[in-house]
Write a protein that binds this ligand. Structure first.
Ligand code: ATP
Length: 434
């Protein structure tokens, strides 16, 4: 099979052409590999190019850089990882990864592999699935030819996800999650023997041989796929979610609701994409009363603010209940939502059945959360208010009034501050909480 790259954007074709010329000049074989080949064959968009060279990839990328436009606007950035023999050319709109063809062996299950230089055939053999183990030559007279040692093209035609050898899941159990990800994304099926080996890998606890953080990083990729419900359902059906810590039943209803609401989420007001995986994580498991949750999240390498968000989401139903109260003043909505992590607010917005709550959260996001006072502590000091609890309380009351629309201008804020100044601390606290 012969490719002409007509579906590629103009700038990637021109870089590819330069790679071709440089490879020929240096007498090395260069190949496009992995996901890009799969997606080219499936006519699916994929901007990022992976190149494997039977030669020194870092040096090649350095030399290629010299052949590329040098002006500041279009010149790519070169990032090299000498210890891995890889380099990335970042063109901002797309990137090209270069790696030296390698052969891998696994000293024990789940270990990081021992790597040595190899041929393209070795390099393709270390890959996860046949459909990801094809290459296209970009050198000499073989330019554009498909390299398919392991039957990837047939599997692609038959919509099969197949591992390359029986020990694949033992070598790297993260492939369990990858199998489900590609199966669901591409609407393929995991091939029968691969499925049997996957199930046995799960039942024999291979997952425990991998660092939790690494396994979870692969899981995040699933949670970042466009619509996640079917992935999670498939994993659950395979008992592939047990790594989360204990048996639990999947909250399919909530995930469905999330996906429905997500389609109509006002995109200009919310940024969902960055929060997606976290919001899904909150929704498909009922984390309430999950013992040892924080430790588990630490093992998964979630940072402090993401851990805080997942823990907060345990109480989401209480916050939603509060937001459902009738005659809730705007400042009360503000006080309920303000302390919460953004992802928890998005989670509540997407999983509540209540139109009223959705409207109130929208109001908070688009208006109340943006309101600030025109005066600050220095203005209050000038009025003779000391920088203590009283000042904090007065500022809170002023903000409440401003959110409720009772005061608008700077002079109204100052006038109100003077009135509050005369009140006792107890009176102020009562007013703040009223
Ligand atoms: P996506 O379209 O989601 O980016 P991809 O196929 O490009 O998917 P990556 O995770 O970017 O997948 O990996 C690039 C390539 O590296 C894959 O196509 C596959 O050949 C190989 N690969 C990645 N992870 C593994 C793994 N755990 N085991 C074996 N090969 C892998």
């Amino acid at each position: 099979m012969q490719f002409n790259f007509s579906s590629f954007k103009k700038n990637s074709v021109s870089v590819l052409d330069k790679i071709h010329k440089l490879a020929d000049k240096k007498g090395v074989s260069a190949y496009l590999v992995g996901g890009i080949v799969r997606d080219l064959l499936l006519k699916r968009p994929n901007l990022d190019l992976d190149i494997v060279l039977e030669g020194d990839a870092v040096r090649f990328a350095h030399e290629l850089l010299k052949d590329l436009p040098q002006d500041k606007k279009t010149a790519p950035q070169l990032i090299t990882y000498n210890q891995f023999g890889t380099a990335t050319l970042d063109f901002s709109k797309f990137s090209i990864d270069f790696a030296t063809a390698r052969k891998e062996s696994y000293p024990y299950p789940g270990a990081l592999p021992i790597v040595e230089q190899g041929t393209i055939q070795d390099d393709l053999f270390r890959r996860d699935f046949t459909v990801n183990a094809m290459a296209i030559a970009i050198h000499k007279d073989q330019f554009g030819q498909l390299v398919d040692y392991y039957g990837g093209l047939d599997d692609l035609k038959n919509k099969k996800i197949r591992i390359l050898h029986d020990k694949s899941f033992l070598d790297d159990p993260t492939r369990i999650l990858r199998a489900v990800r590609f199966e669901q994304r591409l609407n393929f099926r995991i091939e029968q023997k691969t499925l049997a080996l996957l199930k046995s890998a799960l039942s024999q606890g291979y997952v425990e041989t991998v660092k939790s953080a690494r396994y979870f990083a692969e899981f995040i990729k699933i949670l970042n796929e466009p619509f996640v419900r079917k992935y999670i359902q498939r994993l659950s059906e395979l008992k592939g979610l047990n790594f989360l810590g204990r048996n639990f039943s999947l909250n399919v209803k909530l995930v469905s609701l999330l996906e429905q609401n997500r389609k109509v989420l006002p995109k200009n007001n919310y940024c969902f994409d960055d929060q997606q995986w976290l919001v899904y994580l909150m929704s498909f498991v009922d984390w309430r009363y999950w013992e040892g949750l924080e430790d588990k999240l630490k093992q998964f390498n979630l940072n402090k603010s993401n851990r805080k968000a997942v823990l907060e989401s345990q109480n989401a139903s209480q916050f939603i209940k509060k937001l459902q109260r009738i005659n809730l003043a705007k400042n009360k909505i503000y006080r309920i939502l303000k302390p919460l992590s953004y992802s928890v607010i998005v989670y509540m917005r997407l999983t509540t059945q209540s139109k009223l709550v959705r409207r109130r959260i929208d109001g908070f996001i688009t208006k109340y959360s943006l309101i600030t006072l025109s005066i600050d502590g220095n203005d209050l000091k000038r009025l003779g208010i000391a920088e203590d609890q009283k000042m904090g309380c007065i500022l809170d009351i002023l903000l409440n009034r401003k959110i409720n629309g009772q005061i608008k201008t700077r002079s109204e804020e100052l006038k109100e501050a003077r009135r509050l100044q005369r009140k006792s601390m107890n009176e102020l606290m009562a007013e703040r909480n009223s």
